[in-house]
Design a protein around this ligand. Sequence first.
Ligand SMILES: Nc1nc2c(c(=O)[nH]1)N[C@H]1C(S)=C(S)[C@@H](COP(=O)(O)OP(=O)(O)OC[C@H]3O[C@@H](n4cnc5c(=O)[nH]c(N)nc54)[C@H](O)[C@@H]3O)O[C@H]1N2
Ligand SMILES: Nc1nc2c(c(=O)[nH]1)N[C@H]1C(S)=C(S)[C@@H](COP(=O)(O)OP(=O)(O)OC[C@H]3O[C@@H](n4cnc5c(=O)[nH]c(N)nc54)[C@H](O)[C@@H]3O)O[C@H]1N2
Ligand code: SF4
Ligand SMILES: [Mo]
Length: 750
Amino acid sequence: MTNSPETKKNFTSYRTCPLCEATCGLEITYKNGKAVTVKGDKKDVFSKGYLCPKGASLAHLHYDPDRLRKPIIRQGSEFREVSWQKAFEHIEKQLLPIMEEHGPDSVGVYLGNPCSHTLAASLCLPAMLRALNSKSIFTSSTVDQMPKHVSCGLMFGGEKTIAVPDIDRTSHLLILGANPLASNGSLATAPNFPGRLRALKKRGGKLIVIDPRKTETAKIASEYISIKPGGDIFLLLAMTHVLFEENLIQPGRLASHINGLELIQTTVAPFTPEAVQNSCGIKANVIEHLARELAAAPTAIVYGRMGISTVKFGTAANWMIDVLNVLTGNLDRPGGVMFPLPAHMPRKTKAGGRGWACGRWKSRVKGLPEVGSEFPTHTLCDEIETPGKGQIRALLTVAGNPVIGLPNAARVDKALKQLEFMISVDFYLNATTRHAHVILPPTGPLTTSHYDVTFYKLAVRNIANYSSSDLPKPSDEMDKWEILYKLGLLFSGYGSKTDISVMDDLVIEKAVADAARKPDSPISGNTDKVLKDLKQYCGPDRMLDLKIRTGAYGDGFGLNPDGLNLEKLKTYVHGLDLGPLEPQIPEILNTPSGKIELAPEKLIHDIKRISSALKKPEKNELLLIGRRHLRTNNSWLANIPSLIKGPPRCTLQIHPTDAKHIGLKDGQMARVSSDTGTLTTPIEVTEDLRPGVVCFPHGWGHDLNGVAMRVAQEYNGINKNLITDESDFDPISGNSVLNGVPVKVLPVSV
Ligand SMILES: Nc1nc2c(c(=O)[nH]1)N[C@H]1C(S)=C(S)[C@@H](COP(=O)(O)OP(=O)(O)OC[C@H]3O[C@@H](n4cnc5c(=O)[nH]c(N)nc54)[C@H](O)[C@@H]3O)O[C@H]1N2
Ligand SMILES: Nc1nc2c(c(=O)[nH]1)N[C@H]1C(S)=C(S)[C@@H](COP(=O)(O)OP(=O)(O)OC[C@H]3O[C@@H](n4cnc5c(=O)[nH]c(N)nc54)[C@H](O)[C@@H]3O)O[C@H]1N2
Ligand code: SF4
Ligand SMILES: [Mo]
């Protein structure tokens, strides 16, 4: 059975699920040219048959009648279908004069989460952005994982040099603020994360979960420890303190590859377990026991995600997590946290490099530093609302729903309304895209090729798996890369009639030239032949072939005949297992010193802010945290009936003591308010929460005028970001605070 687009009607295909970070293999059966069943691919080298309800619904997404297939243009509040040519002509007519008159920065871009989940966006967005040349770039990273990029940038010299938990070989896993049983894992690509956690326990390992809520993951843990929202930085500093205090520092092989050990010791000195216990809500003796057990384990991992990133000290918490991994000798060793080496990247062969920098330019209105070549999303509205040179007058959103995903959503909604022009590359008419003047829908998930550029770089094994499109793309649909390149051509002044192949050729020529310039490149001096060899593909497939062939396992365009290329990879329909992760320090380090910078100045400087927070008197307030459900994907899978069914999930969870104190009973309606806004929601009383903490999911609130997602609109959910506060953020990364938001809860009658 091949995995290429089939002309026959009845067949089975094997492809990777693009919906979350886990990259599960799917087995899809087609009858009469239509996908009828989606199962887990038992032969998939990575997921081995596992799938979750979202993966099982992929065909529903593909055939969803509300999913847009053709471009639509808005006139007033009405959208009408137009041809692709008309849509691009419209953009040319409306957008180019804005760019010409006000400069490229007047066009803002918001890139949403699924941009990391498609081959086309991963490989073709950069060229489109280069063509636009705007500094007004925003992405969902600053309501998510930006703190991790910053801490890794500063410590290892690369924002994408992220060490992932080697969960299959560890004996001790300490999880802070992640709930992989619902999320399937993040910055840790591991299909069947739940199964891998159970296997860890079965082989005698220990799983500890630290979270303000006794989550699904906490419930299968060996030990669950409840923490105050935002308290992780104090806990982590104190654990490090204990390691020094009790002579438990044992970096092992890493000892000769680290800078800043003494500075870390003096930095953590004041953070004794006794000093922090009130601020993190964990007793001093428990903190000591956590540190001692971590140091004693033969192999161990400290791993944290959303719950430690979307808080006031998110960057510092991510930093201290890796400091703990280094000090216990667990960074870059099997069973600890390790750096993947995916097929589409070359192996770095020499320690050291240019390092990582941020703040190279500042935002116009608030003077906020650029981080990772983007500005924090919390300042997007400032840039749209504030007149002056460089004001954002037009916006392009690609696979994003900022009206639901960003804090102070009501302000975002209002700001988008005032734009002179807005384009959305998206296949739903949703809370955000209803503001667009043109929506350009990419083809569905079964008519496009796939390879996880982002997530194989974060996978707990080195894996490569390519999926061709299962079905031929209908002639009147466009793939995302084609849309992006067409926009790129428009931005470069080529005109709406110019063929996509013009941009495609320009992009591959640049990519080949760049690849040839890299140290140890297998193709230097050989670029003409390479370009000829790449001719069999176009778009992202061609980029991927180049990356794989010049990558760590590649054929080097003939230099290493047994090596990998896309053609070969295609024959591994169940994926290619390139083996367990291997140590890569020091070569992988890109810091100017060639060492791990344990104590970067920016982060040491942040200790002042942390110390003053430690000294602040406690307020008696309820703190709001978030939760994810296995059958959601942020805001956007809510139109799939099989994912939406069941008891209502959009409830405010509250501890019985707090409920009693407020006078609320299970099922009653409550009004939740913050400095930003108010929402009304049913209450769910549960002992799973820590007293003083309430919990509400994000991603809801589709029932807005103009949305065309019939299933989602009927669901009685409300947008949590009506009450989160865009002015609260971690200044180091610009990341928004979405967990630990102070709120008041009252019965609705009051
Ligand atoms: N089913 C499903 N899967 C998803 C998604 C989805 O929407 N639905 N979204 C995907 C995306 S975009 C992402 S980024 C990942 C996120 O992946 P995860 O981070 O694993 O997911 P969350 O459920 O947000 O887990 C965060 C946890 O942090 C806890 N928490 C809150 N505040 C604190 C705190 O101050 N300290 C500590 N220690 N814990 C805290 C919360 O209770 C929660 O259990 O999930 C991805 N997978
Ligand atoms: N309060 C609170 N807010 C949060 C979070 C939280 O935990 N709490 N989580 C945050 C996190 S981690 C994230 S990642 C963000 C997510 O926020 P966003 O990334 O802004 O939006 P999503 O809700 O993921 O919606 C994705 C959009 O992409 C479209 N889409 C899906 N697939 C494709 C595709 O292949 N191509 C194109 N062109 N479009 C596609 C969908 O129709 C939808 O409009 O939300 C953040 N917001
Ligand atoms: S866990 Fe993620 S990748 Fe696997 S089937 Fe579910 S949504 Fe798809
Ligand atoms: Mo995310």
